[in-house]
Design a protein around this ligand. Structure first.
Ligand code: GLC
Ligand code: CA
Length: 537
């Protein structure tokens, strides 16, 4: 079995993890200093959001040199130490691979700007104006046109993200080969693989306004695999917001030699009005959540592999989104953890999730840092939305929520930095922090620790068949896993009220639970708010 099938991956957003030199910015040495903590948690791999050289227009997702470390984070030597120190603790480093676009400050783009004859010109996507304007009305994911005019050459270049993130032209084979060389440069350092940023964009056809899942996407991924991953024992996970269970297998069927798995986002987008922007909110509905997981757990097929996550650096905190971050913060954080970590797939934990960190609402746009949020705010103000409405969406969905510095303790600045943090910590850090979680055997941390351990010890969690039960129940999310003669059942009350059900005729002992209880009577089950437990049938 591939090592990543029973692995648990932890995502670090380096800027906010741990500062060691007082400049208020997390750094690689800070990550090294917390490896013992991560070993205690039990994770097997650490996905590092970008630490490459970058002007930070999009916090590192705009890379100006793929083979250099941003001085804010440290040096290549620090990186090598991180890789080897992690490995000594059984943790592999997963690098973020951002190859849909570069920074406009990347040498290739700087060359490309010199004119139509420059050999690097074709590394990017250039088009002539149409009727004196942009080639078409393709929109950027960060608001406004996806085309930017270049005065010097009289052409437009494509940027699906910010104008400082020009899209690479994957039609150009020389460019592709340079990317594969760069991938091998990192693989040769002994890393454990890559998380591949917006990878379903690389086959885009701007003329036809096809951005994701373009006709050549899989051809490129197979070529990349052949030139790189296939020669190493690594995992790859593609970020694919447009994935469906049908096309998931195209990426992750091992016989196709593309990726190990993908991130699908259907469960993340359940709070959005279909066809609208992520900011246009819709009421949450537990039945939708259950059906989405049912679909992904059962329909991707035997030859495909799921990833499991509630959170990353682009999403709000799970306990604030689907849980209750006030009265039932601890209970709901544990309930969602128990639900996810007993499913089929490779689980990912985003920094701070393991101690139940919550969203950080803002009251004015000046408190925002994220380019997506700031651009959207300006655009919507111009379109006549009220400030209150926009802020409401930002507080529910904005990316800054999950990007606040980690509170390691209740010391000043949560022990994140001895200086001024690049972004304020959540003000609750004196009560919600890592040190307190470690001191409290009933904290969210120990539930995560136990869940990670269970996955390593029980094959059923890795290989068992998934079956949703109590399908129409509006408050309870329950499912079974089955492998050979073994069957486990997971039951979670995701409501804020007590729920009574009769689901069997036995008295069972929990394998794991989030309320202190030695046994559960299935014929007369009373579940407290967010109570969740797992038992063996
Ligand atoms: C991905 C990243 C996100 C970034 C975008 C552009 O969605 O997760 O943070 O802004 O790609 O690179
Ligand atoms: Ca620092």
């Amino acid at each position: 079995m591939n090592w990543w099938k029973n692995a648990v991956v932890y995502q670090v957003y380096p800027k906010s993890f741990q500062d060691t030199n007082g400049d208020g910015i997390g750094d690689i040495k800070g990550i090294i200093s917390r490896l013992d903590y991560l070993e205690t948690l039990g994770i097997n791999a650490l996905w590092l959001s970008p630490v490459y050289k970058s002007p930070n227009d999009d916090n590192g997702y705009d890379i100006s040199d793929y083979k250099a470390i941003h001085p804010d984070y440290g040096t290549m030597e620090d990186m090598d130490v991180l890789i080897s120190e992690a490995r000594e603790r059984g943790i592999r480093i997963i690098m973020d691979l951002v190859v849909n676009h570069t920074s406009d400050e990347h040498e290739w783009f700087q060359e490309a700007l010199k004119g139509k004859d420059n050999p690097f010109r074709d590394y990017y996507v250039w088009r002539d104006p149409v009727n004196g304007g942009p080639p078409n009305d393709l929109q950027s994911s960060f608001s406004g046109s996806a085309w930017e005019f270049d005065e010097n050459s009289g052409q437009y270049y494509l940027h699906i993200f910010s104008r400082k993130q020009p899209d690479l032209n994957w039609e150009n084979e020389t460019m592709r080969r340079e990317i594969y060389d760069m991938i091998n440069f990192w693989l040769d350092k002994g890393i454990g693989g890559f998380r591949m940023d917006v990878i379903d964009h690389i086959g885009k056809v701007p003329e036809e306004k096809i951005v994701v899942n373009g006709p050549k996407l899989h051809e490129y991924l197979q070529e990349m695999n052949e030139a790189t991953f296939r020669h190493y024992d690594v995992m790859t996970v593609g970020e694919t917001w447009g994935a469906t269970p049908e096309n998931a297998a195209l990426f992750s069927d091992p016989d196709r030699h593309e990726l190990s798995m993908i991130f699908q986002f259907e469960h993340i987008m359940l709070d959005e009005q279909p066809g609208k922007a992520k900011w246009d909110l819709k009421e949450l509905d537990l039945i939708d959540l259950k059906n989405t997981f049912k679909k992904w757990q059962t329909e991707i097929g035997e030859n495909s592999w799921n990833s499991l996550f509630w959170n990353n650096h682009d999403t709000p905190r799970i306990v604030s989104r689907w849980g209750n971050d006030q009265e039932y913060r601890v209970e709901s954080a544990k309930a969602f953890a128990i639900l996810l970590h007993n499913m089929q797939g490779t689980p990912y934990i985003y920094q701070g999730e393991e101690v139940g960190l919550v969203n950080t609402p803002i009251t004015d746009i000046s408190q925002a840092n994220d380019i997506e949020t700031i651009n959207m705010y300006q655009e919507r103000i111009e379109q006549g939305y009220s400030k209150e409405d926009i802020l409401k969406s930002i507080n529910v969905k904005g990316r800054d929520n999950a990007r606040r510095p980690i509170p390691w303790s209740n010391e000043e600045q949560g022990g994140f930095t001895s200086g001024n943090p690049w972004q304020e910590l959540n003000e609750q850090y004196s009560t919600i922090n890592v040190a307190d979680a470690l001191d409290d055997k009933e904290s969210v941390f120990y539930t995560y620790q136990q869940l990670i351990k269970l996955r390593k010890e029980h094959e059923i969690l890795v290989k068992g068949q998934f079956k949703l039960i109590l399908e129409d129940d509006q408050q309870i999310f329950a499912y079974e896993r089955e492998l050979g003669d073994e069957k486990w059942t997971v039951i979670a009350n995701l409501s804020e009220t007590e729920q009574s059900r009769s689901v069997g005729n036995k008295i069972v002992q929990p394998v794991i639970s989030n309320y202190k209880k030695d046994s559960y009577n299935l014929s007369d089950l009373t579940l407290k708010p967010y109570e969740a437990f797992v038992y063996k049938n």
